[in-house]
Design a protein around this ligand. Structure first.
Ligand code: DP6
Length: 345
């Protein structure tokens, strides 16, 4: 290798989580999406990671979460490092220590793979740039994050991010996400997400297993087509500020994700009775008040409630008091929708 490899390298990054409006559910090839997806970035729910590389014991890895050694995390990260070896040939020269923390509670049921893989990918992209005397390459960071966890590639840049080749989105591609903040009509600026914590244990299906269910799924082709159509519709909706269509599309996407899980083989039911209770309460509150509050779901029982930031105080005093009754220990977490990755050095 032509590079001169220093004894020690260090980088530290913060990376936010994200919530998809049009869902990525199904893959092809090497960690490529079966359909395009679009997400809001959750700037206040993030992971901070410090990556230390030393030449003493090449090939070794230790992972710490909140200062505590976590051997259980190591195989996934080692596998990730192998997967990206052709992009970062210097990886074989080093041993690694990864120290990470999430600012949201561990047991919140909020997926940390997007923010966690995103933060690690940002650290690796920074070291790669330094070794090659280049400037930080966020496209590379998003590409690396995708290879760690697909949805992570959408956490690297922007408040609104899309991933996957789609004819309606210039520069879109399957390798990395692009920021599409410019699409947002002013009515969608300053929106927030309140995550209702229904179930805080571990999920009964990992995303990786979940994606695999699509390969034999009788409705897979129709779902991928509908997701891509929803990407076209959502672009117009975001540009025109069409809130009623936004509500209908985002809620339909969440329910399609769960419908696909329910009728896959094996079948998974990740919603809990409280999930449905929250959904009903959101719909009747919206009908009664005319205030646009919109639910979406991840691959779990928690409910994400999207709303305009100006309504935050009012919703805390009304709707959220009611929704919290369906949450474990009454807990929910709010985040601004904004770009959030940052170097910590
Ligand atoms: C339901 O990105 O966690 O959150 O690529 O296997 O790591 P892997 O899957 P992951 O899948 C996320 C699925 C989802 C929808 C989404 O974020 O688009």
């Amino acid at each position: 290798m032509a590079l001169s490899i220093p004894e020690i390298q260090k980088a530290a990054w913060r990376c936010p989580s994200n919530i998809a409006l049009v869902k990525y559910w199904g893959k092809k090839g090497k960690q490529l999406p079966a359909n395009a997806s679009l997400s809001f970035t959750l700037a206040d729910l993030y992971t901070e990671t410090t990556l230390l590389c030393t030449r003493e014991h090449p090939g070794t890895l230790v992972v710490y979460l909140d200062g505590v050694h976590q051997p259980a995390f190591e195989p996934k990260i080692l596998e990730f490092m192998q997967r990206i070896g052709d992009l970062l040939p210097w990886l074989t020269e080093y041993g690694f220590s990864v120290a990470t923390m999430n600012n949201f509670p561990h047991s919140s049921g909020i997926a940390s793979s997007a923010s966690g893989m995103g933060a690690l990918a940002l650290c690796m992209a920074e070291i790669h740039a330094r070794l090659n005397n280049q400037s930080m390459d966020f496209v590379l960071a998003s590409n690396l994050a995708r290879l760690g966890s697909g949805s992570a590639c959408r956490s690297i840049r922007g408040a609104v991010s899309m991933w996957g080749q789609h004819d309606d989105y210039p520069d879109s591609n399957d390798q990395h996400a692009i920021a599409v903040d410019a699409l947002l009509h002013p009515v969608f600026q300053g929106w927030m997400d309140a995550v209702m914590l229904v179930e805080t244990g571990s999920k009964s299906v990992s995303s990786t297993q979940g994606h695999a269910l699509l390969s034999e799924h009788p409705y897979a082709a129709a779902r991928f087509q509908e997701a891509n159509r929803n990407m076209s519709r959502l672009k117009r909706i975001l540009q025109e500020g069409d809130i009623p269509s936004f509500v209908a599309l985002v809620e339909s996407e969440a329910l399609q994700l769960h419908a696909m899980m329910m009728c896959s083989s094996p079948s998974y039911m990740l919603m809990q009775p409280q999930t449905l209770s929250i959904i009903q309460k959101i719909r009747s509150f919206r009908e009664q008040t005319g205030i646009p509050v919109v639910f979406t779901l991840d691959a779990g029982a928690n409910v994400h409630v999207l709303y305009a930031g100006q309504q935050h105080k009012h919703l805390e005093e009304t709707l959220f008091v009611d929704l919290a009754k369906d949450c474990e220990r009454g807990r929910y977490i709010c985040s601004n929708i904004a770009a959030g990755s940052a170097s910590l050095t």
